[in-house]
Design a protein around this ligand. Structure first.
Ligand SMILES: [Zn+2]
Length: 397
């Protein structure tokens, strides 16, 4: 523990050290071990530090086999001279704010409602804690957030203390400690007593702010999303930007925005419905005129279309054969480099549309299916739409 100097002072941003050894892990990744380090290794829900050692990027820091391994982007050339390490302070300080914020929030949930924290995740954007409760009310979340921010405002000290297992009885711990030796308590006097190996600021004021963002029920627990510290400011800025753009787009002030969007969605729904009805009546008109034309062509209704959806053409065919049961419908649609076909017949006809379709598709590497009465498919536009229709007419004859 003595060589982890972030435990003596969490604010050390740079340091010098001697290389104790270097090696490669089972994945062939190069690392060095130092006689002392300010780099925090992944642990206790807090991600590892980044930064540089001798200007070489530190990609990862892990606690393994009793040593802190600093994984470097490239090999260190000189391992006998002292090395200079610099912590990526923005990243670390963010972690300190988030981690301490989590302590405060978890303690507030427990103090006000007895909801125990049974899980914690510190992500790049968002943090989550899992609460041991089946439900969380909006009012409870508001009250907890209020208390947490009050604790921040009071700028209470955040103390750390190394204790033995026997000494633990003197503290009202929020949860049982995982380790049995080198037990480190993080204490916010008269508020939270908790075993933790992470890095924290020296007072709650540095957490800056806590905002609960959302929560969801998961089986017997509730997962709460929140942010602390500068993330609150950053995310407020992002959300504000989106909101400002939306107020312009919707021409509505922020407070009326939900109403404006609801109206917009309702409008679009009713327009969609109208459009659908118009399309339907257009299809019926189209079917009527095709049928009329088909009467002079041996009751074969045929057509070559451009860029029409197969669903629409199927519908068209269905309308036609429903109108006249002695009709055969042959439709080709050309979509860029593809041909799509619909072959259908009224119940009074006997020719197999499935067979005709199979034959036609074999000439254009196509795929399709259907029944003797109604078949559809598509393939490559190896011939023109007109040529394909001609081919279909010949197959029918
Ligand atoms: Zn902690």
């Amino acid at each position: 523990m003595e060589n982890k100097i972030f435990y003596q002072d969490a604010y050390i941003k740079s340091f010098t050290a001697q290389v104790m050894n270097q090696g490669k892990d089972s994945d062939g990744k190069y690392y060095i071990v130092l006689d002392q380090t300010a780099f925090y290794p992944t642990g206790g829900g807090q991600p590892h530090d980044m930064g540089t050692i001798e200007n070489i990027k530190v990609l990862n820091v892990e606690d393994a086999e009793g040593e802190v391994r600093h994984y470097l982007e490239s090999d260190l050339q000189d391992v006998s001279s002292p090395v200079y390490g610099v912590i990526d302070w923005d990243r670390r300080y963010d972690h300190m704010q988030q981690h301490a914020g989590q302590h405060i929030l978890s303690a507030a949930f427990e103090q006000l409602y007895g909801y125990k924290t049974i899980g914690f995740h510190l992500g790049n954007e968002m943090l989550t804690i899992d609460l041991e409760t089946a439900n969380l009310l909006e009012l409870e979340a508001v009250k907890v957030e209020e208390l947490a921010n009050q604790i921040i405002l009071e700028n209470r000290p955040i103390e750390t203390k190394w204790v033995t297992e026997d000494e633990l009885v003197h503290y009202d711990l929020r949860k049982e400690t995982k380790v049995k030796e080198d037990i480190r308590l993080v204490i916010i006097p008269n508020f939270d007593y908790n075993g933790c190996g992470g890095t924290h600021p020296k007072a709650t004021g540095e957490v800056q702010a806590i905002k609960i963002v959302d929560w969801e029920r998961q089986k017997k627990k509730v997962r709460v999303q929140f942010v602390c510290g500068n993330r609150v400011v950053k995310q407020f800025a992002q959300k504000n930007k989106v909101l400002m753009e939306l107020t312009k787009l919707l021409n509505a002030p922020e407070k009326d925005m939900v109403e404006a969007v609801t109206r917009l969605l309702e409008n679009s729904k009713s327009m969609e419905k109208e459009l659908e009805q118009s399309r339907e009546s257009l299809l019926h008109n189209e079917a009527k005129s095709l049928l009329e034309k088909g009467k002079s062509e041996n009751r074969i209704v045929s057509g070559v279309f451009q860029n029409r959806s197969i669903q629409e053409l199927q519908k068209l065919a269905r309308i036609i054969i429903a109108e006249d049961e002695e009709t055969i419908v042959l439709i080709v649609s050309q979509n860029e480099n593809r041909l799509q076909l619909v072959c259908a017949r009224g119940p009074a006809e006997t020719a197999s549309m499935k067979k005709v379709m199979g034959n036609a598709l074999s000439t254009i590497n196509g795929k399709g299916g259907g029944s003797d009465a109604f078949a559809q498919g598509g393939g490559e536009a190896l011939i023109s739409g007109e040529q394909m229709l001609q081919h279909l007419l010949e197959l029918i004859q």
